[in-house]
Each structure stands twice: as structure tokens, then as C-alpha cells.
Design a protein around this ligand. Structure first.
Ligand SMILES: *Cc1c(COP(=O)(O)O)cnc(C)c1O
Length: 367
């Protein structure tokens, strides 16, 4: 039995006829960019998040780029984030010309450690960009407090946290601006690339709408130096269908995570921590193991596919050498990079498959 890390067909098949109908609607209208599907999806996602303003764009990376641009952040500015994140968080900061500055994470949830923020704030710091990693919210209260005290914007990377909550408030809506990705494997995924920015500010959202469309204010008036980053009609129509299932799929993810917890308990593995005041939506199921590489190899020999999120913290990536960081700068993130292992996990994985994964892991520790 081959166990894939993720099998999207389990999600695709049951809703296929609805999706086909939605795509057909777009085809028959013949409008593919900035049309009624996007407008409707923006409204519906805003309703899901309980936030008034939403602006669709082409990817999660560009959601972050646009958010930074709309806040006027770019060359000469510094943006504080964490090194144990997906590359797009940091790529987005760099794309604006701003400099990514890292702080380490706390060791339970591997989320931004607010106690380190004040140590790296300089006169050039403009924003803090916490990442709600693996489906769990960063500790937003102290982050927001420190940001406010230092006059910094807070941009949430909620790309792994659709529907996740912090103190009963949805991720993405806790600060002035939140960024989402609809990369196919995310908790809400398109059938291609897509992203979206949510905000509380009409001003910010108007700027975002111009920036995603070359800065065009209508007619042939360009009032900002914008980019081309739009969420197309086909993806919007697909996302509208899938949004109706997001809550249910998140509940499924939580049940599956609970099942892994039950079947893996007692083994010399750290299971994912659920921090206080959080609603964790388990974008990934990440365990930690001191013998991670050997365990991954053993699972692979048993046809179980696993991934590592993330094997190299970004401050040690060669693309970011210029930032001048070195081994040892962020010990918690570096340790996590050596220990984290993402098990096969997706809505539709069977309990039987999870039993098999757990059985092989048990065998590894007995052998
Ligand atoms: C997926 C993801 C993004 C954005 O990814 P895109 O592929 O550009 O949509 C950003 N940050 C994190 C943490 C992510 O997981």
C-alpha cells in the first residue's frame, strides 16, 4: 500500500459536479478576469471571516506583497518575521525591496516569540509579519501590543490558517491586514494559484484593488505603481463552491488529528502542541522526532510519503546569505528544522491508513 502525503482527489471527486457547473457558468459568460465570480467570492470569504474588506489576488505570496505595498513598505524598510516559514513569506518581503529581519520562535507551537521582538526593532522597522504556522495562530496579543507601542503595522500570514482562531477571533482578522493563499493543498485550495488580502480599512482595500491591477484607477489613469495580480474568474468560481465545505473540512482535519494523537500517544515523538486560546485547523500534522531523518527513511521504505516543513530555516538559505545570518542565530527554528516531520494528512485519509502509518512508526521505535 502506497500512502501519499496528500491526495486531493479525495476532495475533488465528491464535489466534481458542482465544480463543473461553476466552471461552465464562467465559460458561458466569457469573462475571465475581474468579474462577478471574484466579486461574489470576495464577499463570501469576507462573510466567512467576519471582516468587511477583501481583495483577491493571484497567490498568497502576492497577497503579502500587495499588503506591504499598500502600507507603503518597500526599499529601506525592515519587516520582522520568523525563519521557520514557507519561503513565500520572506520572498514577498524581499520583492518589495524591504529587508526581512528574523526573530526566533517559541518551542511549543514554533510560532513567533513575541519576547524577542523588541530586541530587533530599529528606526527602519515598519511592520511585524507573524505566521500562523501549520494551522495554529501565533500569540497575537503581545505581538499587537508591541507593534502598537512601536508604531508598526502588523500583517498576518494566514496562508496556513483559513478558519483558525485566536481567542475566538479568526486568523487574518486580528491585525490591520491578513493574507491568505489558496494554493491547492491549503485548507481552502483553488485548482491552481490564488490568494486574497483581508482588511478592516476601506482605504487600504481601495489601494489594494488598484495595486493588483497595475495601479489603474479606471479609464487610463494610473495613480500607483502597481502589479498584475488578480484572482481569475475560474478559480473564484471554484473557490466559491469549496468555501461552503471549509468549516466541515476543518472539523474533519481536527478529528483526524485527534485520531493520530490517540494512535501515536506514548511513542518517543512530540505530537503537535495545541496552545491555549487557539482553534487549530491542522493544515499539516507535524510531529517532532530526534531521529527524524531515520524515521523518514523507514517510513519511505514502507511506502509512506512524508514531507518536512521546513528542512532549512530561511536565514540559512543561500538566497538570503546577504542578510548575514549564521548557524546558531535562531536555535529553536534550527532545532525544529532537524526534528519536524509532516505525516500523511488530508481530509479523506482513512483511519485505516492512519493506523498503518502509526503501526510503521511503532515498528521503527521497537526495531
Ligand atoms: C502557502 C504559503 C504562502 C503563500 O504561498 P503561495 O504559493 O504564493 O500561494 C505564504 N506563507 C505561508 C506560510 C504559506 O504556507
Amino acid at each position: 500500500m502506497f500512502v501519499p502525503f496528500c491526495d486531493l482527489r479525495k476532495q475533488i471527486d465528491p464535489i466534481n459536479s458542482e465544480i463543473k457547473k461553476a466552471i461552465k457558468r464562467v465559460f458561458s459568460r466569457g469573462q475571465f478576469i475581474l468579474g462577478p465570480e471574484l466579486e461574489a467570492f470576495e464577499k463570501e470569504f469576507g462573510k466567512f471571516c467576519n471582516i468587511p474588506y477583501t481583495v483577491g489576488c493571484a497567490s498568497g505570496t502576492e497577497a503579502i506583497v500587495l499588503a506591504l505595498m499598500a502600507l507603503g513598505i518597500g526599499s529601506g524598510d525592515e519587516v520582522i518575521t520568523v525563519p521557520n516559514t514557507a519561503m513565500p513569506t520572506v520572498a514577498a518581503i524581499s520583492m518589495t525591496g524591504a529587508r526581512p529581519v528574523f526573530v526566533d520562535v517559541e518551542s511549543n507551537g514554533l510560532l513567533m516569540d513575541p519576547s524577542q521582538l523588541e530586541g530587533v526593532i530599529t528606526s527602519r522597522t515598519r511592520a511585524v509579519l507573524p505566521v500562523h504556522l501549520y494551522g495554529q495562530a501565533a500569540d497575537m496579543d503581545p505581538i499587537l501590543e508591541i507593534a502598537q507601542k512601536n508604531n508598526l503595522a502588523v500583517i498576518e500570514d494566514a496562508c496556513q490558517a483559513h478558519g483558525a482562531k485566536y481567542k475566538n477571533k479568526l486568523c487574518g482578522t486580528l491585525a490591520e491586514v491578513g493574507c491568505f493563499s489558496f494554493y491547492p493543498t491549503k485548507n481552502l485550495g483553488a485548482y491552481g494559484d490564488a490568494g486574497l488580502v483581508v482588511s478592516w480599512s476601506i482605504d487600504l482595500s481601495q489601494r489594494l484593488k488598484l495595486l493588483r491591477n497595475y495601479g489603474n484607477k479606471g479609464g487610463y489613469n494610473f495613480i500607483f505603481k502597481g502589479i498584475n495580480s488578480r484572482l481569475d474568474e475560474i478559480q473564484a468560481a471554484i473557490l466559491r463552491v469549496k468555501l461552503n465545505y471549509l468549516k466541515k473540512w476543518n472539523q474533519t482535519r481536527k478529528k483526524l488529528a485527534e485520531y493520530y494523537r490517540k494512535t501515536l500517544e506514548g511513542l518517543p515523538l512530540d505530537l503537535p502542541a495545541e496552545l491555549p486560546n487557539r482553534y487549530h485547523v491542522y493544515h499539516l500534522y507535524v510531529v517532532r522526532c530526534l531521529e527524524r531523518d531515520r524515521l523518514q527513511e523507514f517510513l519511505s521504505q514502507h511506502d509512506i510519503q512524508t514531507l518536512i516543513h521546513y528542512p532549512v530555516p530561511i536565514h540559512l538559505q543561500s538566497a538570503y546569505k546577504e542578510l548575514g545570518y549564521k548557524h546558531g542565530d535562531f536555535p529553536v527554528a534550527e532545532k525544529a528544522a532537524n526534528e519536524a516531520l509532516s505525516l500523511p494528512f488530508y481530509p479523506g485519509i482513512s483511519f485505516q491508513t492512519m493506523d498503518y502509518v502509526a503501526e510503521v512508526i511503532r515498528k521503527f521505535f521497537i526495531a
